[in-house]
Design a binder for this molecule. Structure first.
Ligand SMILES: [Zn+2]
Ligand SMILES: [Zn+2]
Length: 274
């Protein structure tokens, strides 16, 4: 069964995509289950910083849930999950936990988008950081943040595990996971202990770093240590991006000896053979 477990719709500040268009595109591509995973943070384009307002976030997530409920009635042939992609930010974790608990979600993605206060998922800010920082420092801080997020743990799956390479590759060359194995392997083991899964994210397979997140070597390490849960997501911000590069991603997954993908309902996983 094909699924897409990382999609942003018009409620996300960085997407304008209409949910019905997303659903239609998913059906067209043979996808039978999707999960809408918006950010609870709001982005201030002037300062380049993210803002988090618990009250506003609660309101927006209630609206998202209501819209999904409506559209689900119109399209019984596809399952539409209610998810969230939360970004790790030290000062917000208590309120993010409250939001996660109260929003009654199906699925929570955890992401690291920030290194040293800079948003590294956007070239507007990442280029400046990477041009002034050496690779070991920038990627080292990135994976340190990732470990803190996993230790915090109130998430189901880690999104785009090595997104640091999305713009980092321009300054440091192709990402080499072996160089960070001492940091990455303990994170994967901690994820296993905590029941946290790993996402195959196809967003940059055809652009930017032109690689799957995470690198196939990291997928292999995850399978080798017996990580239980894997999801796949396009990280679509437009309907046309739903399900993109999934065939290639599944080939990479199988090669890494990943046998199942998981779906989530009310935060409870179910495994499906690839
Ligand atoms: Zn993200
Ligand atoms: Zn995303």
């Amino acid at each position: 069964m094909l699924i897409d477990y990382h999609i942003h719709n018009h409620f996300s500040p960085d997407s304008e995509s209409d949910t019905r268009k997303i659903v239609k595109k998913a059906l067209e591509r043979g996808i039978r289950e999707i999960c809408i995973t918006n950010h609870p943070e709001l982005h201030d384009p002037k300062t380049g910083k993210d803002i988090f307002d618990l009250k506003k976030a609660k309101k927006i997530f209630r609206q998202i849930k209501e819209e999904i409920r409506e559209i689900q009635k119109e399209y019984p042939q596809i399952k539409i999950g209610f998810g969230m992609e939360m970004g790790y930010h030290k000062g917000w974790m208590q309120n993010l936990k409250k939001l996660i608990e109260e929003a009654d979600l199906d699925f929570v993605l955890g992401s690291v988008h920030v290194v040293s206060d800079v948003i590294i998922s956007s070239h507007l800010f990442a280029d400046d950081l990477y041009s002034k920082t050496d690779e070991e420092t920038a990627y080292g801080i990135y994976f340190k943040n990732m470990k803190e997020l996993v230790q915090w743990g109130h998430i189901d799956v880690i999104a785009h595990f090595d997104i640091c390479k999305k713009f980092g590759h321009k300054f440091y060359g192709p990402f080499q996971p072996e160089k960070y194995k001492n940091q990455i392997l303990p994170i994967l083991k901690l994820m296993k202990t905590k029941g946290i899964g790993l996402e195959l994210n196809t967003k940059c397979m055809k652009n930017r770093c032109k690689e799957i997140f995470p690198h196939p070597t990291i997928l292999r390490w995850a399978a080798e240590i017996g990580l239980e849960h894997f999801t796949i997501g396009s990280d679509a911000h437009k309907a046309s991006e739903v399900g993109r590069c999934f065939n290639e991603a599944l080939r990479i997954a199988k090669k890494a000896k990943i046998r199942t993908l998981s779906t989530y309902q009310k935060r409870k996983p179910a495994k499906h053979t690839i």
